[in-house]
Write a protein that binds this ligand. Sequence first.
Ligand code: ACM
Ligand code: ZN
Length: 392
Amino acid sequence: MFEYRGFMLDSVRHMQSLDEIKKLVDAIALLGFNKFHWHLTDDQGWRFECDSFPELNTVAAVRPYSDFGKTRINEPYGRVYSKDEMREVVAYCAEKGLDVIPEFDVPGHTSALLSAMPELSCEGRKVKIKTHQGIFKDVLCLANEKTFEVITAIIDEFLEIFPGEYFHIGGDEAPSHHWKHCPHCQKRMKELGVKSYAEYQNCFMNRLIDYLESKGRHCIVWNEAARGANLDKRAIIQYWKEKEKPSIDFINSGGKAILSPFSYCYLDYDYLITPLNRVYSLNSDIPGLTDEGKKNIVGVEAPIWTEYISDINRLEELLFPRIIAVSKVALAENNKSYTEFLCDVNEIRNRLSSYNFCNEKMWTKSRTSMPLGWLKFVKDHYTIDFIKEQLF
Ligand code: ACM
Ligand code: ZN
């Protein structure tokens, strides 16, 4: 059994009520999970009530409209979870045997933060909170000492609410565009003697890791951070991007990892793309990992991103039963045949009868329909304009 058995919920792109979160926590606790990773900051919103920088609770929390794929909603969306609400989630999770791991994603995925605090960007200009999906160029200026001061002050507030051992500092999808054009970042890179933007990013991540270690917390980072070979080995990488040689090297040379390969574990993908049998087939046999490396896999986690999931019924439908397969992998109870596993699913389904399992025909489809699945996904969610914008 893996010591880290996690589930991640994105409460930025769409929020969930406390009752909805608690109901999900009930299910994952019953399935043997012990970590609830709560994604609270991103380009499209800010969900953590912050006393030191109150503009985060107003400006950064609310996007003017939502344009996720084909369903544009012309209304302001979002708010922060209050400190009392977050404490309530932490207490509820603790009762059920789960630690909450908050995620404050830096230095990318920070458009919402920068919409309230543009002085932390390279150009110091107003940044727009985002209303659609994507990877955005707006990142923190890492040469500005104020960036570190503000981020650590916010982290201090997170630590008051979330007492657990782990803290997620993101590290994914941080384009270097602004760093290339920022004289301060260029100067700082020379001073640091780093050869790549990945290493430059990690000088900042490593400072945060050091800071959090000094507070008795261990950091988790998305696995792009391992692209800079200087990543502090005290951090655990969350392996979502597959076929990443630097991540494999990190793990083989003693770094710890949590498995979340997106083509198995991202439960926001349609069943046609990631059917139940695909999820159940996940294991630690990642090409390139040595036997020693495999020992450094400390956990398994299934994220659910919510750009296209605005209601809890849809979220449950995507989650159940695939989250059962993830739990079996995390508990190392995936040695049974798939047919036997399906019997278990039926039995567990009875115990989870208040959750939405309505996608039955989809579950049993094989992955041979994957290209069709992607076609359907793209057709259902993306407009031609969005695709053009991403490609060109
Ligand atoms: C991620 O999916 N950007 C971690
Ligand atoms: Zn800069």
